[in-house]
Design a protein around this ligand. Structure first.
Ligand code: ADE
Length: 259
């Protein structure tokens, strides 16, 4: 997969040389190219922003600089373009999966009050452009959001995760554990500062371990993200799940009227 990132702070992307993503780049699974937007600014000050039409605080990134930068980076090609912004569509595991299936992504990092909207209009008519938010909070710019997205997408690429099962077990991955948060995990020693590892995990009984893990996932989801569980496909809940949720006073749709 090829990834182009355009930003006025290329230094932000140093972490992409580290760990799983760094190794994927060394192997050639990922071809990451980071570009300095100011290279396409022509005045002595390398200006990339200006005051907003209509007034108001802050500055807006100029369309001409972005246009030249994107034209040069994409050439005759057609990457999928992602613009991080708090007003975008939510970045979810589902979107990460979808983007992991693309051959080429271009990330355009805005700073200040954002990029002149005509840039998205212009490239929206030639490329697939998505404005994407990583959460309901406001960062100082799109760079950190791009780091988050690249890590989430990169680890889904074939051969990037050492253990293929790790991605399958994710809280938000499709499949049986979808919409359930993962429960607690433990390693050796069996007792640490008086805290014991739950007995069942030492039992070697795979069925009981799986059931215990599912109970923990249900409990944790009810406690911290009940709205996720409210969205769960009722058909994926077995009798034991229903009994536990009943004990926790969490109401799920009855089996026979599930839509
Ligand atoms: N830029 C600033 N805040 C952001 C957010 N929450 N998501 C994506 N890009 C952003």
């Amino acid at each position: 997969m090829r990834l182009d990132i355009i930003s006025i702070f290329p230094e932000y992307f140093a972490p992409l040389g580290v760990s799983l993503i760094g190794k994927a780049r060394e192997r050639g699974t990922l071809d990451v190219r980071v570009h300095q937007l100011r290279d396409w600014a022509h005045d002595v000050h390398k200006t990339v922003d200006d005051t907003p039409y209509g007034g108001g605080p802050g500055m807006v990134m100029k369309p001409e600089v972005w246009g030249e930068a994107i034209d040069d980076v994409i050439g005759d090609g057609g990457p999928r373009m992602i613009v991080p912004t708090p007003s975008g569509r939510p970045f979810t595991q589902e979107l990460a999966q979808e983007l992991a299936g693309e051959e080429w992504l271009l990330f355009a990092c805005g700073r200040y009050e954002g990029i002149d909207s005509r840039v998205m209009a212009e490239y929206g008519s030639r490329l697939r452009v998505d404005e994407v938010s990583i959460g309901d909070y406001v960062l100082a710019g799109g760079e950190v959001a791009v780091l988050v997205m690249v890590e989430a997408i990169g680890r889904l690429l074939p051969g990037v995760l050492g253990n293929v099962r790790s991605a399958v077990d994710d809280s938000f991955a499709p499949g049986a554990m979808r919409n359930l948060l993962e429960g607690p995990v433990y390693t050796k020693p069996p007792v640490w500062r008086g805290h014991e590892v739950p007995e069942v995990l030492l039992s070697g009984h795979h069925g009981k371990v799986a059931r215990w893990r599912r109970d923990q996932a249900l409990r944790r989801t009810v406690a911290t993200r009940p709205e996720l569980l409210a969205e769960i496909d009722a058909e994926t809940l077995d009798k034991h799940d229903r009994r536990l949720l009943d004990e926790l006073a969490f109401r799920v749709p009855p089996e026979d009227v599930a839509n």
